[in-house]
Design a binder for this molecule. Structure first.
Ligand SMILES: C[S@@+](CC[C@H](N)C(=O)[O-])C[C@H]1O[C@@H](n2cnc3c(N)ncnc32)[C@H](O)[C@@H]1O
Length: 230
């Protein structure tokens, strides 16, 4: 069973997602207790793009993060480097124009999008500053960035429960529903090793994005980082 290490070597990460692709969406629903659907609605509200605008959904996986935009009439381009995830995505949502591409070397021209979003993807990218810079390159001046990612609960007892109990339970639950339970050990480890809200805001600003705003969802289990290009 492939299980990426925290070095996040691109080939290992892509292989791990290829392996989980078949049951990815179902596993997500189970492990998040259905909260993923609420988080996705908040992403659409926070990015606030209009019908007809063009949005890049990076690290799009099977398309679940991009489809609420497409359903709202936004021109959505889902891009990912796991061919397994893209294959499942094409079967699920053949109407979305999936593109294969690496977040650190995007196959798009400068200023190609009105906005860019990445949900539960940035944590898996080996070179986060390079990905944030690439996202800025392909976004028009004044366009928005929305990063939706697991983060660190802000209230200490909630944080203690989440890290001490929930993240230990997740790999056990994954054993029942996922096609690759070991990948969910990586999930729990990578969440704990990921920068907190403030540190990620700094990384976003260091890549040249401005006006960085942070909003916690579910007490900080997930954080939305929003910023503007310019
Ligand atoms: C947890 S999934 C998230 C999928 C989707 N955005 C969602 O919200 O369900 C993470 C995705 O990031 C993709 N990914 C990781 N590193 C990447 C990179 N450097 N370039 C493109 N995609 C990447 C993986 O292939 C995987 O499909």
């Amino acid at each position: 069973m492939p299980r990426a290490s925290l070095d996040k070597r691109p080939a290992e990460i892509a292989a791990m997602f290829d392996e989980v692709a078949a049951r990815y969406d179902r596993t997500n629903d189970v492990l998040s207790l259905g909260l993923d659907r609420r988080w996705r609605r908040e992403v659409v509200k926070a990015l606030d793009v209009r019908r007809g605008q063009r949005v890049l959904d990076l690290a799009a996986g099977t398309g679940s993060s991009g489809e609420p935009f497409a359903d709202a009439g936004v021109q959505t381009v889902p891009c990912d480097f796991s061919l397994g995830m893209l294959k499942v995505g094409k079967r699920r949502r053949g109407d979305l124009g999936f593109v294969a591409g690496d977040a650190t070397r995007l196959p798009f021209e400068d200023d190609a999008f009105d906005a860019v979003t990445i949900s539960f993807g940035l944590r898996n990218v080996a070179d986060v500053p390079a990905a944030l810079a690439e996202m800025r390159r392909v976004t028009v001046p004044g366009g928005r960035l929305l990063v939706c990612e697991f983060s660190h609960p802000v209230w200490a007892p909630w944080r203690a429960f989440y890290a001490g109990v929930w993240l230990r339970v997740v790999p056990a639950m994954a054993r029942a529903v996922s096609s690759s339970p070991d990948s969910y050990v990586y999930l729990a480890e990578s969440i704990q090793a990921w920068p907190d809200q403030r540190a990620l805001a700094r990384l976003v600003a260091d890549a040249g994005w401005t006006g960085v705003e942070v909003r916690n969802l579910t007490g900080g289990i997930v954080a939305l980082h929003r910023a503007v290009n310019g």
